[in-house]
Design a protein around this ligand. Structure first.
Ligand SMILES: CC(C)(COP(=O)(O)OP(=O)(O)OC[C@H]1O[C@@H](n2cnc3c(N)ncnc32)[C@H](O)[C@@H]1OP(=O)(O)O)[C@@H](O)C(=O)NCCC(=O)NCCS
Length: 154
């Protein structure tokens, strides 16, 4: 059920480092990530500074009032598609928040980089993510290593 969920996406800032690291190191997020290792504070802070300065990357924080619901990021690969990645805050999962976040991020991505293909890389074992992306108009088009490549059919 996504009816009735209203949220806003804003660009992440350096002060979001604590939330982003906590969501990234959450065990379920790690299991479903390409790199399943726990990320240290030091390397995460350095990565975030680089990421925030990267013109080909956007990191958004989803909020409802003062409540932080999760994050979506978009990376525009050189000569390739824009790849989206999403993490709902652990306490907010299973309520349809992800679909609202993904719809908002798709609209923003299409506005910033019109015409670019939009993809996501998903583990076949990640049922909620497969379902989420399918519901938002993605279809599986390929496989790379142990990940499925999903592409948005807008
Ligand atoms: C994946 C994730 C973003 C989904 O967001 P969410 O808001 O929790 O999504 P929901 O659980 O409300 O809904 C996802 C859909 O999957 C379905 N679902 C839930 N568990 C499922 C399972 N085990 N197998 C298949 N589908 C499942 C839900 O019913 C829902 O479908 P519906 O909308 O048709 O009812 C969130 O769980 C998350 O942040 N996970 C950790 C990080 C991650 O895996 N990110 C994605 C990397 S590609």
């Amino acid at each position: 059920m996504t009816e009735g969920i209203t949220l806003t996406l804003r660009l992440a800032e350096a002060c979001d480092a604590d939330d982003l690291l906590a969501w990234r190191n959450d065990p379920v997020t790690r299991t479903n990530s390409r790199n399943t290792a726990e990320i240290s504070r030091e390397s995460h802070d350095a990565w975030l500074l680089r990421a925030l300065a990267d013109a080909n990357r956007r990191i958004w924080i989803a909020e409802r009032g003062v409540e932080r619901l999760g994050t979506v990021s978009a990376v525009r690969n050189a000569g390739g598609p824009v790849e989206l990645s999403i993490t709902v805050a652990p306490a907010m999962r299973g309520r349809g928040v992800g679909a609202v976040m993904l719809h908002a991020a798709l609209a923003e991505t299409a506005r910033i980089w019109p015409g670019d293909a939009i993809t996501a890389m998903i583990r076949p074992s990640n049922g909620p993510s497969l379902r989420l992306f399918e519901r938002c108009g993605f279809v599986a088009t390929d496989r790379k290593d142990d990940l499925l490549i999903y592409r948005w059919r807008n």
